[in-house]
Design a protein. Structure first.
Ligand SMILES: *Cc1c(COP(=O)(O)O)cnc(C)c1O
Length: 390
């Protein structure tokens, strides 16, 4: 089976991990700070806070944004569950903004319209999570303008978008988002096994994120309500978590970061080959947004079902049977039973639902060979040419 995605680990990655295993620090050591600083520098951000996964990163980013009970968080329905669940962890209510039918990202026009209504009804969101779906940023410039006008915090869920660029600058630079979150799960752009990171330019947010990552503890006398008892002293000043990453993981992340440009170049090359070699088939291919340079975490096509004698599901199943590890990203979050229990249902976000009825993620990862890609394209071509109705 040719998988839809997989990690790429080389000897340098293994050596980096082994070096930490032989060192004094398995966690809370120097590799973490180095990883944070290197990621921040690469993305032109002021501060990086690394945590155990991107779900935890989203959770503490929402808390640092002040999200709590009685507040609203809005995000795209075309995302992984975590982009919505982070609002629920804070006791906030979650709502969604439908997607753009071409980029499959949260639609900034739909956001503007929904904000207008929400303002009149007195239920504006405190946080909007803009998901950089498949590695391509949303229309962040428009979203930033809306944030200015309506006063919400912008968190970019850039789990797919390590190394992507927007408007000539790296995703994470903080020009448009207050905080940017990355994931280092093995299928993502670079991996630490499990891992996540928040980038921000605001020192008070970075400090709060660090505290929330580690039990709500501080060792800074400036943040204590009484003089220190001695060198051992710390205070818990709020409720935090153990969301720390290990030095073992951070060392792997640093080593992977050395290889990021190569990963991105190969992903771009494979995506460009798909764009050319699939152009004549009854498929809608990804549309690049002006301004955005995708990291190509996913290569998604929409099967034009009305031009075929077989269903979306049959296309998927036949590709799997032919050894092509296709996937579907994503089941609209608002249709999950948990969110239906909160009042959502079919028809609420028609663009995301129509997309779900047609989307298939094709294999794409840096170690994929041209021959493997040709096999994917060949199988897909055979299937669609046979099933073509028009
Ligand atoms: C993978 C992913 C997450 C969660 O990442 P973890 O590191 O696995 O917690 C969140 N949002 C999106 C869009 C993702 O793809």
């Amino acid at each position: 089976m040719i998988p839809y995605g997989r990690q790429s680990i080389d000897q340098a990655d293994i050596d980096a991990v082994v070096e930490v295993l032989r060192s004094d620090w398995l966690t809370q050591g120097p590799s973490i700070e180095r990883f944070e600083a290197t990621m921040a520098a690469r993305c032109e951000a002021g501060f990086g806070v690394a945590v155990c996964n991107a779900t935890a990163a989203l959770h503490i980013a929402c808390l640092a944004a002040g999200l709590g009970e009685g507040d609203w968080l809005w995000t795209s329905p075309n995302t992984f569950l975590a982009s919505a669940n982070c609002g629920r962890y804070c006791g906030a209510r979650v709502d969604f903004v439908d997607i753009d039918p071409l980029t499959w990202n949260l639609d900034a026009h739909a956001l503007a319209a929904k904000l207008d209504t929400a303002e009149r009804e007195g239920r504006l969101p405190k946080v909007v999570i803009a998901v950089a779906f498949s590695g391509q940023s949303c229309d962040m410039r428009a979203i930033r303008q809306l944030a200015q006008r309506y006063g919400f915090v912008v968190i970019e869920d850039a789990s797919h978008a390590v190394g992507a660029r927007y408007a000539g600058r790296p995703v994470g630079c903080g020009e448009y988002a207050d905080m940017t979150v990355f994931s280092f799960h093995p299928v993502k752009i670079i991996t630490t096994g499990e891992g996540g990171l928040v980038l921000t330019n605001r020192p008070e947010l970075a400090e709060r994120l660090r505290r929330l990552r580690s039990h709500g503890m501080t060792r800074d006398p400036a943040h204590m309500d009484e003089p220190s008892h001695g060198p051992w002293y710390y205070q818990q000043v709020e409720l935090g978590f153990n969301y720390r990453i290990t030095d073992i993981q951070a060392a792997l992340g640093l080593s992977q970061l050395n290889r990021l440009d190569g990963f991105l170049a190969r992903r771009r090359e494979l995506a460009a080959r798909y764009q050319t070699l699939l152009a004549d088939l009854p498929l809608s291919l990804p549309t690049a947004q002006t301004q955005a340079e995708s990291a190509w975490h996913l290569y998604v096509v929409r099967v034009q079902v009305q031009r075929l004698s077989i269903s979306h599901r049959e296309v998927f199943e036949r590709l799997r049977a032919a050894g092509i590890g296709v996937n579907v990203h994503y089941i609209p979050v608002h249709l999950q039973p948990y969110y239906r229990d909160q009042g959502f249902g079919p028809g609420d976000f028609p663009q995301a639902e129509a997309y779900y009825g047609e989307a298939i993620s094709l294999p794409l990862y840096p170690a994929m060979t041209d021959e493997q890609q040709d096999e994917v394209i060949g199988q897909l071509r055979r299937l669609l040419v046979d099933a073509r109705d028009d």
